[in-house]
Design a protein. Structure first.
Length: 251
């Protein structure tokens, strides 16, 4: 395998570190904003931090040991890592710490953090330029995920000011989730093995190696978590509005 540039590796590690640190920080911040006792705030933040660090170690370990490189296996080894990650992400989104993330965060933070997908796309483009990633996984090909990152800035600003309706946030969130599903599908179909459809250019193998295993298992799952939290917050506001129809706010 051709080695990726140091810039792409540095960008991946930086984004991963920011997300890993930012998640328990956001849980603690949400707990404080909701008025939870300090001991409970610390407990929730520590639980999330421990879980994220364990996940980081497990995924990095299996990739470092070369346990994800059997491309002919069904299901592919990566599925055995990513699918549990998706389940754990959904559990977190609708758990007690997820409540702190959704209800303890303003719309500006909850939506705006998805702007991190912009540097992710620059990183993928750099990997393509290095000859280690197929073009279809970048914005030069079939990956339009950068649009979610760009629009997140504007939608977050409007939502924080209360000038966009909940229906508008819902549409943005659904479209953003759709773009995430699109690039994940392209990545799967670009991987060597029985599911491969895209065969031009280098195959998608870099994500099976450390540290780029954290692209699907940390970077992508963080985006999924963000979308699920938006759904949770939208639902909670809908219920609240139904119980108090005279209350002002996003409609």
């Amino acid at each position: 395998m051709v080695s990726p540039s140091g810039l792409a590796t540095l960008l991946l590690l930086t984004l991963t570190a920011l997300l890993v640190i930012g998640l328990p920080w956001a849980v603690a911040r949400g707990g404080r904003r909701l008025g939870l006792p300090p001991a409970r705030v610390r407990r929730n933040a520590l639980i999330v931090a421990a879980g994220v660090l364990a996940w980081l170690a497990v995924t990095g370990g299996v990739a470092g040991q070369g346990l994800l490189l059997d491309f002919q296996a069904l299901p592919p080894p990566m599925f055995r890592v990513v699918l549990p990650g998706v389940v754990l992400t959904a559990v977190l989104a609708f758990s007690a710490p997820g409540r702190l993330l959704a209800h303890g965060s303003g719309w500006g933070l909850l939506i705006g953090f998805q702007a991190y997908r912009i540097p992710v796309e620059f990183m993928l483009a750099d990997l393509y330029a290095d000859g280690v990633l197929p073009v279809q996984m970048t914005y030069h090909g079939r990956n339009f995920d950068i649009l979610t990152g760009i629009t997140a800035i504007g939608v977050a600003w409007l939502a924080a000011r209360g000038t966009i309706r909940r229906a508008g946030i819902l549409v943005w969130n659904v479209l953003g989730l759709g773009l995430l599903v699109n690039i994940v599908s392209v990545a799967v179909l670009s991987t060597p093995g029985r599911l491969q459809v895209f065969t031009e250019g280098p195959p998608n193998t870099i994500v099976f190696h450390w540290p780029f295993v954290w692209l699907p298992t940390i970077i992508v799952l963080a985006a999924l978590l963000g979308h699920l939290l938006v759904f949770r917050k939208l639902w909670a506001e809908r219920v609240e509005a139904a119980q108090a129809p005279g209350r002002s706010g996003l409609a």
